[in-house]
Design a protein. Structure first.
Length: 280
């Protein structure tokens, strides 16, 4: 098995932590970023120079550029860049505060964009690498109570798909990962809620709020199995553009795409009626 060097954002918990542990155990090098370095002190102590770690606030573009540049300078080359860090924000669109909206866009969307942009000059020079973007089934489907989370994930999927086409000629493969619910701290640890408005108390938004506040429902996804698939995707050639993980993700995405296709096909005559005549 080829030993690779990985750059992964958000390695303190969730998929980032699980991937990092699996990669280090098998002998790969990991450059990981965290908001709180103490959260991975145990990994640094155990693996030493095999684990490179840096503080990174994804809302700080200058820091993103500096950290990515330093990682390449100190490690020589990086084979796989994983945009993993992010969080969920839930509540009706008008319940969310301006600050909450600005922060999730800066973290989930702009942060991932800037990590990719900072890495691309280095990856092009290497003439071969992978970029893996962690998204969600919520990048292909939308539900009430998650409007801003969906906004960041639909946007990052569009960005990533376009980049995949831009850099294919440089030997850079790009993959979007779309997990379903997994038993990490994402839903009941890092997720945030907007201030509740009474107007939404009897709407589907309240059910989403209740699920987050109660913290009892167990998602079906196994983080260790999902992380293993993400890691294995770096070996696939050509790189798969999208990978759905979990029965819930597969089912939700399939239903969403089927519904969208059916609605589009029903509009074919209307769409063509707005063109100039063929002989015009």
């Amino acid at each position: 098995m080829t030993v690779r060097t990985w750059f992964i954002t958000g390695v303190n918990s969730g998929f980032g932590r699980e991937m990092t542990e699996q990669l280090l155990r098998r002998g790969d090098r990991v450059a990981g970023t965290v908001r709180k370095p103490d959260a991975v002190a145990d990994l640094k102590e155990k693996y030493g120079d095999q684990f490179w770690v840096a503080h990174l606030d994804l809302t700080d573009v200058a820091e993103i550029k500096a950290v990515v540049g330093r990682a390449f300078a100190e490690l020589g080359s990086i084979d796989v860049v994983v945009n993993n860090a992010g969080y969920g924000l839930f509540g009706a669109a008008e319940e969310l505060t301006d600050a909450q909206i600005d922060h999730i866009i800066a973290t989930n969307l702009t942060g991932s964009i800037q990590v990719t942009r900072a890495a691309l000059p280095h990856l092009r020079a290497q003439q071969g690498a992978r970029i893996i973007q962690i998204s969600t089934f919520g990048g292909q489907a939308a539900f009430p109570g998650a409007s801003m989370y969906h906004a960041t994930k639909w946007a990052i999927e569009g960005f990533t798909e376009a980049v995949a086409r831009e850099v294919a000629g440089f030997g850079i493969g790009v993959t979007i990962i779309e997990p379903g619910g997994a038993r990490t701290r994402f839903r009941y640890g890092s997720a945030q809620l907007g201030p509740a408005l009474d107007a939404y108390a009897d709407t589907p938004v309240a059910a989403v709020r209740g699920m987050i506040e109660n913290g009892r429902a167990l998602p079906p996804g196994d983080p260790a199995k999902m992380a293993a698939v993400i890691i294995a995707s770096a070996e696939q050639s050509p790189a798969p553009l999208r990978i759905a993980l979990g029965t819930d993700s597969f089912g939700i995405i399939r239903t969403s795409l089927a519904d969208r296709l059916a609605a589009l096909e029903a509009q074919q005559d209307l769409a063509t009626s707005t063109d100039f005549p063929a002989d015009a």
